[in-house]
Write a protein that binds this ligand. Structure first.
Ligand SMILES: C[S@@+](CC[C@H](N)C(=O)[O-])C[C@H]1O[C@@H](n2cnc3c(N)ncnc32)[C@H](O)[C@@H]1O
Length: 352
């Protein structure tokens, strides 16, 4: 081979590690700058303008300090959150990309509220106690940081409760659209549906609009239901799912059961069993199923959410199919169907 040095696997791995480690050192920077962009309303301003905006136009509209806004935009363009496009022959402006469209506050597929929730000081503080949680069986990281669990905290802090509801609604809009497009037959023959832990009712309002023969019951804690926007065709019931679930042909769960441990899930599901017809009732669960191959690029989100559950809930977790079968079986559901949809979640139908 003379003087030619063949690069080995180790060198390649070292080089990759050198790049990767910087991504961990400054891992928080991307979320912090995206949060800043949402708070400033950069995507909203460009969307409202209807065409690329020059730095000077953006600066005037957002009332920002030009050199600092330029540095923020340079960062966001580097990560392809915005892009540069010509405005005149010798000037360019900042334009939206599919990613920044998700940062428009009230956009159709907005994830802005979700990012604001996860990057809020309230939700970031528990992460500092994750290792302590792994070392012992004491309080959850959220309780260590705030002295109470996430739902009690939300009840006492209406602004945070609203942020949770709005964040969940972001994902509900995407998940329910995928559910309606991918598996509409799930709702065949259902005349009434109770959305257990339905939040501000976003999911249910989409479902009753699509299936207008269906009566919807949005069931959540009283303080959540009290402020949920009221929609025709939906009944709003406040209560505790550990005590009683309103009667309906089917019970629906979107991102609820992963907040609880197996024993608690079995308790909730037993309450649902009592609420649905004993001959043909079913529960519809829209959640992640770990380790199931969906052949898509979103699989990592289930693992991320599993860490979020460890940080933000008492004993919540994401589940494998085997774990789902266990909790459903213990609650008295014997037949289970699992279908993938084009989102992070799967649809799990369980029959008595
Ligand atoms: C992660 S959020 C999901 C909200 C909604 N399903 C969605 O995805 O948009 C969990 C919901 O469970 C509700 N919840 C928590 N404890 C509850 C209880 N004991 N009874 C009824 N709902 C409860 C919370 O208020 C919250 O709205």
């Amino acid at each position: 081979m003379g003087d030619i040095k063949v690069r080995g696997k180790k060198e390649d791995e070292d080089e990759k590690a050198e790049v990767d480690i910087w991504n961990y050192v400054f891992g928080y920077v991307k979320i912090a700058v995206v949060k800043c962009a949402i708070e400033l309303g950069i995507a909203d301003a460009i969307d409202k303008h209807g065409s690329p905006m020059t730095l000077s136009q953006l600066t005037t509209t957002l009332k920002c300090e030009p050199p600092r806004l330029y540095r923020i935009m340079r960062f966001l363009v580097h990560y392809q959150i915005f892009k540069e496009e010509p405005v005149t022959q010798d000037s360019f402006g900042f334009a939206l990309t599919p990613l920044s469209r998700r940062l428009i506050r009230h956009g159709e597929r907005s994830m802005a509220a979700f990012i604001l929730l996860e990057s809020s000081p309230v939700m970031l503080a528990p992460w500092h106690s994750l290792s302590a949680r792994v070392l012992d069986s004491g309080n959850s990281p959220f309780e260590t940081a705030h002295g109470k669990d996430v739902w009690s905290y939300a009840e006492e802090n209406p602004r945070h409760s609203k942020l949770i509801d709005e964040a969940m609604a972001c994902d509900a809009r995407v998940a329910v659209r995928a559910l309606i497009e991918g598996c509409p037959q799930v709702f065949d023959g259902i005349k009434s549906l109770v959305d257990v832990g339905g939040g501000n009712g976003t999911a249910l309002s989409m479902l009753v609009k699509e299936f207008p023969w269906m009566h919807g019951i949005n069931f959540d804690l009283p303080h959540v239901v009290a402020v949920a926007p009221k929609v025709d065709g939906i009944e709003y019931v406040g209560g505790d799912m550990f005590e009683c679930v309103p009667k309906a042909d089917a019970a629906f769960f979107l991102w609820v059961l992963h907040d609880w441990d197996d024993e608690e899930c079995i308790q909730i599901l037993k309450k649902c069993r009592e609420a649905i017809p004993q001959d043909k009732g079913k529960v519809i669960i829209v959640e992640a199923v770990l380790e199931e191959d969906k052949n898509d690029k979103l699989e990592f989100v289930g693992l991320m959410l599993d860490m979020v559950m460890m940080a933000h809930t008492k004993k919540g977790k994401e589940r494998t199919l085997k774990e789902w079968k266990y909790v459903l079986g213990e609650a008295g559901f014997t037949r289970i169907n699992v279908k993938p949809i084009h989102t992070v979640q799967f649809i799990i139908e369980a029959y008595i």
